[in-house]
Each structure stands twice: as C-alpha cells, then as structure tokens.
Design a binder for this molecule. Sequence first.
Ligand SMILES: NC(=O)c1ccc[n+]([C@@H]2O[C@H](COP(=O)([O-])OP(=O)(O)OC[C@H]3O[C@@H](n4cnc5c(N)ncnc54)[C@H](OP(=O)(O)O)[C@@H]3O)[C@@H](O)[C@H]2O)c1
Length: 102
Amino acid sequence: MLKHKTILITGGGSGIGEALVANQSKDNKMIICGRNESKLHKVVTANKNVSYYVADISAPSQIDELFQKISADRIVLDVLINNAGVVEQWDITKTVLSSGWR
Ligand SMILES: NC(=O)c1ccc[n+]([C@@H]2O[C@H](COP(=O)([O-])OP(=O)(O)OC[C@H]3O[C@@H](n4cnc5c(N)ncnc54)[C@H](OP(=O)(O)O)[C@@H]3O)[C@@H](O)[C@H]2O)c1
C-alpha cells in the first residue's frame, strides 16, 4: 500500500484509472490526466487529494506540455502509472490471414 506519495495516473478519468484513484487517494496525492475534461472533473469532485491536467498522451507535444505544467506547479512525482491505452478485442477464429488461412 502506497502512502504519502505523489502519483500520476494517465487515463484517470474512468475505468481502472478512476478505480485506482478511489483506492489510493486517501493516503496519497493523485494527479490524473486524460483528453475529456468533464470526466477528469468528475473524478476530482468525487475524491480527495486529486488534481487533473487535460492531455492526450498519444501526442508527444502534449506529453511535454503535461510535464512542463506539472513542473511549473512544483509537483514532484514519486510514481507514474501509465494506464491510458486502448483495448481491442476480436474473435481470432474469424480472423482471415492474407494467405487465406483461418
Ligand atoms: N479493462 C480491461 O479488461 C483491460 C484488460 C487489459 C488491459 N487493459 C488496459 O488497462 C488500461 C485501462 O483500461 P480501462 O478498461 O480502464 O479503459 P477505459 O475505461 O477506456 O479508460 C481509459 C482511460 O484512458 C483515457 N485515455 C485513453 N486514451 C488516452 C490518451 N491518448 N491520452 C490520455 N488519456 C487517454 C480515457 O479518457 P479520455 O478518453 O478522456 O482520454 C479513459 O479515462 C488500458 O491501457 C487498457 O489497455 C484493460
């Protein structure tokens, strides 16, 4: 269990990231980021010790901007949970390979 750490969670506005915030924000300072500000705002409102930055981590310039803002706000990170990502699901039995094999 982490205590008294400053933790950045990418994609903290929903799903696993939001659940981690709920789980860790009592004992730690949480920073979250994501693309949709209203989702981030909702998580900040529902939990203590949470702040957010709007950032799309698929854009290198926005990652630079994110860390510049964090630094300008004199936040020193202890932990990065790089959670934001995309899950793709497909039925492998229906996948047709270019060679025609199934
Ligand atoms: N749930 C599962 O069963 C499962 C299984 C294996 C792996 N994972 C991995 O676990 C992580 C979280 O999954 P989840 O189910 O919690 O997903 P989720 O509910 O879709 O949440 C993903 C979060 O990441 C944010 N996000 C997505 N792209 C982003 C980007 N380019 N920049 C910044 N934020 C971004 C989204 O917010 P915005 O849209 O507002 O940016 C959202 O808040 C993902 O990396 C996923 O691949 C999940």
